[in-house]
Design a binder for this molecule. Structure first.
Ligand code: PGA
Length: 250
């Protein structure tokens, strides 16, 4: 049975005290404890947030990136071993903001995926098309390529540690959420790709999250789609009330 997962991607938001307060407020809220909640603060706050959540069995943490380098001579780099050593269980790889701002290619992302998987970190692998590709209907081919190059080299056992997040770029931070029809269509397409590459069991066990202006108003309808297993939440994860309400939308 695949897991229901809601991830809070804080991006470059929140000072340390603000992050601590947000986590405290999330922890004291009532929410559906069958949902796996993952908090993804900045590297600086990651250890603190991991410590704060360590006794909650359905709440864990994620890094927003990791290095693919095996060399320690990398000023500013953060290795998967460092991330794991802080009690962190996930890493987000391939977010469109990193692909565009840091020119991360599918092949570089593949190297990050390998590094994470071989060090027992679960991967939240992001894919998503821009508005041109949506309009000219080339998004299926584009997504297939991102997924094939980024994660389909993994064997089935390795792949069981991957969660996919479909995040159309045109929906991220824009308030322009994909309709439940648009999101479900792509999620079903991704699940079919997994079935073709691996098998039916692997496909039905893989969690596929939606991200892009998902909030407490639209989450219920999105999460009710048969191939949408949760969300990767940016802006709306910065308020405990909104985030908890999204978690409780299942
Ligand atoms: P958003 O961001 O919810 O603010 O649109 C989602 C994301 O980029 O992960």
């Amino acid at each position: 049975m695949r897991k229901k997962i809601v991830v809070g991607n804080w991006k470059m938001n929140l000072l340390r005290d603000e992050g601590v307060l947000l986590v405290k407020n999330i922890l004291k809220s009532k929410f559906n404890d069958k949902i796996n909640v993952v908090l993804a603060p900045s590297f600086l706050h990651l250890y603190k947030v991991s410590k704060m959540t360590s006794s909650f069995k359905n709440i864990t943490t994620s890094a927003q990136d990791c290095s693919s380098s095996t060399s320690n001579s990398l000023t500013g780099g953060v290795s998967v071993e460092m991330i794991s050593s802080c009690g962190v269980k996930f890493v987000i790889i391939g977010h469109s903001e990193r692909r565009s701002n840091f020119n991360e290619t599918n092949i570089q992302l593949q190297a990050k995926v390998n590094m994470a998987i071989s060090n027992k970190l679960n991967v939240i692998f992001c894919c998503g098309e821009n508005i041109e590709k949506r309009k000219n209907k080339s998004y299926f081919d584009f997504l297939k390529n991102q997924i094939t190059e980024g994660i389909f080299h993994l064997n089935a056992k390795q792949f069981s540690n991957v969660v996919i997040a479909y995040e159309p770029i045109w929906a991220i931070g824009s308030g322009n959420t994909a309709s439940s029809f648009q999101a479900q269509e792509v999620h079903e397409f991704i699940r079919d790709l997994i079935k073709i590459r691996y098998n039916e069991t692997v496909a039905s066990n893989t969690s596929i999250l939606y991200g892009g202006s998902c909030n407490n108003i639209n989450a219920k309808e999105l999460f009710s789609q048969k191939d949408i297993d949760g969300g990767l939440i940016g802006g709306a994860s910065l308020s405990a009330d909104n985030f908890v309400s999204i978690i409780n939308s299942f």
